[in-house]
Design a protein around this ligand. Structure first.
Ligand SMILES: Cc1ncc(C[n+]2csc(CCOP(=O)(O)OP(=O)(O)O)c2C)c(N)n1
Ligand SMILES: [Mg+2]
Length: 663
């Protein structure tokens, strides 16, 4: 149907054909996968890499490489086939042969960290393009600090109809247009097909008008006309605005009978259609064998990149700020952070300020930001509530990429995905704030932070009914449980100013685990009045108060409820009941401690858990003889003290629960 009538045998055409053939063969061998997108975008990708991309497969992490993000992650064979042909050492033909199999780097969707040259995990549609916004912004911010000699690259994205339908794409487009990220170039695979069929089933939007309205440079090309694609990319690079290139393509291009249909989106073509495609494409080679000239053409791209990288290295050697540049890309200075936070904690324990933990976070951030020059703060329009802006920070804008505070706007999901992109780009430690209840709006990007193992910090204030009058829409109840359920995310709920400083030390020096700080709106007393240089929060939970003569009961609490547990212990002491109090600011870190430590903290006595949230997730801390004082439903609008009384989260209730257990 859509097969080219005359077979183009130019080197670039062969480069594209090879993507198509490797894709159909790998998907066929796996008996699963998505051939349509890589086949449809093969021409665009061949042009992009052949004529534009600056990457060096022998040095995949070269900091000034162009970034390529396959936002339409289901088309993963596009990346794998390209990276194989470019000569990435970890992407030999066996990897292509074992596409989607156990142990292979060629996972169903591109996974960051599984193979070189994969800049981010994609698959959840819309997140790739938004993560790319973060990368493109980081490029400009790094450029503002170190100049064109060291930082001068582009961020290219292939996005599909699905990426552009997702709501997050709106946030991405708006941010990129607002920040005028002129080095971001999106190639839209405009094939008018999604899984269910034609895009006419589900959308009528004028995408080009949408991008233009957000300040983008917009072009349209025939995605199978390589010269037109090249001219459009050329023009996009010249234009100071971010660019959308609407590439009109045919999904599954090259498959004579199935191209253009949603049937090629996500199913193997079948042996017959593959044979027919080989004929149509004029391809005589067997599955998983490529002619030398194809490798030669792709490896010329690699050679060009290597030369560019070598030139860059020479510039780095004589760059004035070369040392600072390298430092910005290295891991966090843990020793400096430990020293700064320890000194700060000592002061706190002496002064014992009674502040909300959101305020404590602002105070700790002043120390963090003074110690880590590459911290980039931000908030989704709640700066004054999240207290994420510390003294001396200046806003990042299209006129000031040298700033270090990002006004992300009311875009929690966009902020979080962009922070992932900033972290992936390198050079910066991003943190950003919103209300804890809106973690739900950000959750899919938090999940990718965790899956990719990115050191991103989420500052989530107003963490319970303790926020009071704003009412149940704003009061998190199930959020802690749902966030704790996420693998590789450290959820901190510090109890006071000292624990907050400790949590920030961990968050700012983490290398493979994102952190989320759940912080109170209401003031909390300083409970850690005795200075300990050891970071107790790093143990996840620890004994804050141990009664003399053994325990009758152990009260375990987090955040604002630790104060309640302490008061309950006082109350119990008056009644001759010996209560220990355990503060548990981070369940994940506690679970990582050895058995002996955990047993010593939890003890043998009955336990009462206290948290102004649902009980789910508490069972590892509680045990057989236990009770939980917390929430069982939504909150309400009223002053915080009234709410705590109404919902029965009080020292008296905790003491009563304890007494019932030990009776
Ligand atoms: C957030 C999200 N929702 C749903 C899916 C499942 N999904 C994968 S591809 C796809 C259709 C995407 O259409 P398009 O981007 O046009 O890709 P094409 O069919 O053209 O390859 C869907 C719904 C997903 N990967 N991510
Ligand atoms: Mg499509």
């Amino acid at each position: 149907m859509n097969a080219p009538t005359k077979i183009d045998t130019s080197a670039e055409a062969l480069m594209a054909t090879a993507i198509r053939v490797l894709t159909m063969d790998a998907v066929q061998a796996a008996n699963s996968g998505h051939p349509g997108m890589p086949m449809g975008m093969a021409d665009v990708a061949a042009v992009l890499f052949n004529r534009f991309m600056q990457i060096d497969p022998s040095c995949p992490k070269w900091p000034d490489r162009d970034r390529f993000v396959l936002s339409a992650g289901h088309g993963s064979m596009l990346v794998y086939s390209i990276n194989h042909m470019l000569g990435y050492a970890d992407m030999d033909m066996d990897q292509i042969r074992s596409f989607r199999q156990w142990g292979a780097r060629t996972a169903g969707h591109p996974e960051y960290g599984h193979a070189d040259g994969i800049e981010t995990t994609t698959g959840p549609l819309g997140q790739g393009i938004t993560t790319a916004v973060g990368m493109a912004l980081a490029e400009r911010m790094h450029n503002a600090r170190f100049g064109d000699d060291l930082v001068d690259h582009y961020t290219y994205v292939i996005a599909g109809d699905g990426c552009l339908m997702e709501g997050i794409s709106h946030e991405a487009i708006d941010m990129a247009g607002h920040w005028q990220l002129g080095r971001m170039i999106v190639l839209w695979d405009d094939n008018k097909i999604t899984i269910d069929g034609s895009t006419e089933l589900s959308t009528s939007v004028d995408q080009k008008a949408r991008f233009a309205a957000a300040g983008w440079h917009v072009q349209e090309v025939d995605g199978h006309d390589r010269e037109a694609v090249a001219a459009a990319i050329e023009a996009a690079k010249k234009d100071p605005r971010p660019s959308l290139i609407d590439c009109k393509t045919v999904i599954g291009q090259g498959a004579p009978n199935k191209a253009g249909s949603h049937k090629v989106h996500g199913a193997p073509l079948g042996a017959e259609e593959i044979a027919a495609s080989r004929t149509a494409l004029g391809w005589a080679h067997e599955a998983f064998t490529l002619p030398k000239e194809v490798y030669a053409a792709w490896q010329a791209v690699a050679a060009r990149g290597r030369e560019a990288r070598e030139g860059w290295e020479a510039r780095l050697l004589c760059a004035e700020h070369g040392g600072a540049f390298e430092k910005s890309l290295a891991g966090p200075d843990k020793a400096a952070m430990a020293e700064a936070i320890t000194a700060y904690k000592q002061q706190l324990s002496a002064d014992a300020p009674k502040v909300a933990t959101r305020k404590a976070s602002e105070m700790a951030l002043a120390v963090v930001n003074a110690t880590l020059p590459n911290a980039i703060g931000g908030s989704a329009d709640l700066t004054g509530s999240n207290l994420t802006l510390t003294k001396g920070m200046s806003p990042v804008s299209k006129d000031n990429y040298g700033g270090n505070y990002i006004h992300y706007g009311i875009r929690e999901f966009g902020m979080s995905a962009a922070m992932n992109g900033i972290a992936l780009h390198g050079g910066f430690f991003p943190y950003g704030g919103t209300f804890l209840v809106f973690a739900d709006y950000a959750r899919p990007a938090i999940r990718l932070s965790a899956l990719m193992g990115l050191p991103v910090a989420y500052v989530m204030t107003h963490d319970s009914i303790g926020l009071g009058e704003d009412g149940p829409t704003h009061q998190p109840v199930e959020h802690l449980a749902s966030l704790r359920a996420m693998p590789n995310l450290n959820v901190f709920r510090p109890a006071d100013v000292v624990e907050t400083a400790e949590a920030w030390e961990i968050a700012a020096t983490s290398e493979k685990t994102p952190s989320l700080l759940a912080l109170s709106r209401q003031n909390l007393p300083c409970l850690r009045t005795e200075h300990r240089s050891e970071n107790l929060t790093a143990k996840g939970a620890y004994v804050l108060r141990e009664p003399e003569g053994g325990r009758d009961v152990t009260l375990i609490a987090t955040g604002s409820e630790v104060e309640i547990a302490m008061n309950a212990a006082d109350e119990l002491a008056r009644q001759d009941v010996r209560a220990a109090v355990v503060s548990a600011p981070c369940f994940e870190l506690f679970a990582a401690q050895d058995e002996a430590y955990r047993a010593s903290v939890l003890g043998d006595a009955p336990r009462v858990g206290v948290e102004a949230a649902v009980e789910q997730g508490w069972s590892p801390l509680l045990g057989a003889r236990s009770a939980f004082v917390g929430m069982t439903g939504f909150g309400a609008s009223a002053p915080a003290d009234d709410l705590y009384k109404h919902f029965g989260i009080t020292a008296e209730a905790v003491a009563a629960a304890a007494k019932k257990l030990i009776r």
